[in-house]
Design a binder for this molecule. Structure first.
Ligand code: UDP
Length: 409
């Protein structure tokens, strides 16, 4: 993990916000945390933990990160849960529930929980709560999924674990559930100093574009995403084809896999089929940690697409907004927190709508530029990692003082 010095953020956020983080860190110091999720690379959760864990340690809060193990079959089951919690029609069977429980038990046999706070990310490791009784830790379930309209069988099963936690965290109040435990709301966030988001020189951007043989003199539409049906990659190709009827442009679809997402190969194959024969569609299969490449691709793009059909938050949207890019994105889940229609980006509900907005932005570059500027400021205020650190620190302090009406800082 790359270390970033906390002082680096003082130039990016308001001084009072920076001072507040340092004060809260002082109050929370001495506590230890264990973060647990299902994959070390690929997807937004791994992206966030890669940055948050070293920063916590630098602030004096000892933080470890562990990843659960599971078979392909287990991750097939958890992907089905993921889709069902997002509201997709997916069959959840008794056998799937058993596979889930067995893998939780197998992981429990190899893990220990000696920290003050255990934060479990998403449904895959939720079953580890069985260890709570034997540990002194406070247990927190952090949900990164849009659980506003889950399939009831899937939610009831996951809920049977979640209600045993001491607290839960959702990305927005819209995803709140009926639960007997406290619910906290913390937006996901990006790290402006990470390789994926830092400023790049034009030489660095050019080198990446040369590597992938993308022409910088013509408009570039880009979607960066795992190859997942819920990111609507086939809809992105259809959108591009509609735009292309009237405007010359290229399409970049950049993505890699995540070890907890077994559907990726199948989706990629369909995308490749749909793109066949068009030299202006660049499908880039990226290795893990291709951060510089993603940064350069986003910066070189004329418009960033994120045509998701469901989305917990959509860090790719945050990354694009921070780079001042005009974004055209599906009006779903956490995307709508980030994209304020016609102001920080364009929200769309269909392929035709997406094509219309892309053409509009290509034809109105001054408006697109202004929207990008507003988008960047929106991210600075709400979706940078410093704000997330602050919220987590407050959560640690509140867990330590549970039951008190007033906590003096
Ligand atoms: N990402 C990446 N490589 C890829 C595809 C995505 O590093 O090939 C990153 C992307 O830049 C973003 C995160 O993975 O930081 C995806 O998070 P998001 O919330 O957009 O979607 P998720 O994959 O968690 O559903």
């Amino acid at each position: 993990m790359v270390k970033t010095k906390i002082e680096g953020y003082a130039k990016i956020i308001r001084p009072q916000n920076f001072d507040e983080i340092m004060l809260l860190a002082e109050r929370a110091r001495g506590q230890s945390i264990k973060m647990i999720n299902a994959t070390a690379v690929g997807g937004g959760v791994a992206e966030i933990l890669t940055r948050v864990v070293p920063l916590f340690n630098e602030l004096g809060i000892k933080t470890k990160w562990e990843v659960i193990k599971g078979s392909g079959e287990f991750f097939g089951v958890t992907k089905a849960f993921h889709n069902a919690l997002h509201g997709s029609k997916t069959e959840i069977t008794e056998q799937m529930m058993n596979i889930f429980k067995e893998t939780s038990e197998a992981n429990l046999a190899e893990m220990s929980f000696d920290e003050d706070v255990v934060i479990i990310h998403d449904p895959q490791p939720a079953g580890l709560i069985a260890a709570k009784e034997k540990s002194k830790a406070k247990w927190v379930w952090r949900c990164h999924i849009d659980t506003s309209h889950p399939q009831p069988e899937a939610w009831n099963f996951i809920k049977s674990f979640v209600e045993k936690y001491d607290a839960s965290i959702f990305s927005t109040p819209w995803f709140a559930k009926e639960l007997p435990i406290p619910q906290y709301f913390i937006y996901p966030a990006i790290d402006p100093l990470a390789e994926k988001n830092r400023e790049l020189s034009s030489g660095e951007i050019d080198a990446v574009m040369r590597k992938y043989k993308i022409d910088r003199s013509r408009p570039i539409l880009t979607q960066v995403s795992r190859f997942d049906y819920l990111k609507d990659p086939l809809g992105v190709i259809e959108t591009y084809k509609l735009v292309k009827k009237q405007r010359d442009c290229q399409l970049v679809m950049a993505g890699g896999g995540a070890s907890d997402d077994p559907e990726g190969d199948q989706v990629l194959h369909k995308v490749q089929e749909a793109a066949k024969g068009d030299p202006d569609i660049h499908i880039l299969l990226l290795p893990p940690f291709a951060d510089l490449e993603i940064n350069a691709l986003q910066r070189a793009s004329t418009i960033i697409l994120q045509k998701s059909l469901r989305e917990g938050f959509g860090l790719t949207v945050t990354e694009a907004l921070w780079k001042g890019k005009p974004v055209v994105a599906g009006a779903v889940g956490g995307i709508t927190l980030q994209v304020i229609h016609n102001f920080t980006g364009m929200l769309v509900h269909s392929i035709e709508g997406a094509a219309y907005q892309v053409r509009y932005l290509l034809n109105n570059p001054q408006f697109a530029k202004k929207m990008g500027e507003y988008g960047r400021e929106h991210v600075r205020e709400k979706f940078l990692i410093t704000r997330k650190l602050r919220n987590y620190l407050l959560l640690l302090i509140s867990l330590k003082n549970q039951g008190k009406d007033l906590i003096e800082l």
